[in-house]
Design a binder for this molecule. Sequence first.
Ligand code: GAL
Length: 383
Amino acid sequence: MKKLFALILALAMVMALASCGNTASDSGTSGSTTPSTTESTDPNAGGGDQPGKGKTVAIAMPTQSSERWIKDGDNMKAQLEALGYEVLLQYAEDDPQQQVSQIENFVAQMVDCIVIAAVDSGALTTVEAQAKTAGIPIIAYDRLLMNTDAVSYYASFDNKGVGTAIAEYIVDAKDLEAARAAGESYTIEFFMGSPDDNNAVLLYEGIMEVLQPYLDDGTLVCKTGRTSFEETCILRWSQETAQQWCENYLSGFYADEDLDIACSAFDGFSYGIRSALEGAGYTEANWPLITGQDAELMAVKNIISGKQTMSIYKDTRLLAEKCVTMVNAVVNGSEPEINDTETYDNGVMVVPSYLCTPVAVDVNNYEELLVDGGYYTAEDLAG
Ligand code: GAL
């Protein structure tokens, strides 16, 4: 009898606890369920309260030199403000020390949460530890924060998936299987991301997982011989460096033979590659396949005009939304939605993550994905 009573009591406690949990998520601050865009960004979510009221969120962004980060910052600021947060948004213009000072200031101001898209996460470990000591939670945005235990969550895209999507696009567009069967080959050069950005390493791995067999059997020919990550990575994702490299390649290794494929990891690189090709006299007749990443407005315009072949669409509205649910969770002591607990080992801990899905965009699907999806208007693209 005693046992039965204990069992009933235990059950009652479990049910009481479960209903407490529901109350927390009903308040609109939990993010433990899968909210739709409107639900999670609705300031009145959860019965009209503003979970951010009286709280300050600081956002440390890497640079305004690329359109995507401006969009990221704007989206997040707007979504957080709609929830009642005060938002401090700063850009470090690709200067790691400037970003350290900005975050030191955020810590000194005792903000309630810091969102960081790092310039060079290696430079941030000390200031991240200071934030942790001060009890300020940190969320890694798009770029993983390495070698720290001070990070609560990570919102990003499937970064290896970005690489495989780029490479699979090349395989399909050039029909590398048919080329292999016919004993034909294409020339290719690689322009990979910044060595201090974990995303760049993963992207490279994704690319090579798909393309390495074609390099091995000579279906793809890299005339510079630069195929390793170390040889192809470009510090701070510099457009100028990509352009210089491409100019050098074209005037040297490609003086007598066309470059068929520029495997670029970033739209910014693709702009530099475009300029180099134009400078070297390439025309529509021998224009190479050029990849990219971010589906920036200029890149999409280039895709429409045939100067870039594809890009990777990463919906920054969605990424911001996922990050905002994480902010809400850490500030209000609840659990956000995550979908990966294995991939993102930063050297000290595996960071619980939400990974959004990247999608290849080209001239055939940009209208459906980007215009119908409300990312750009037809006027944006026409102008
Ligand atoms: C990466 C990001 C890319 C691209 C690049 C350069 O970290 O994943 O989408 O934006 O930085 O800014």
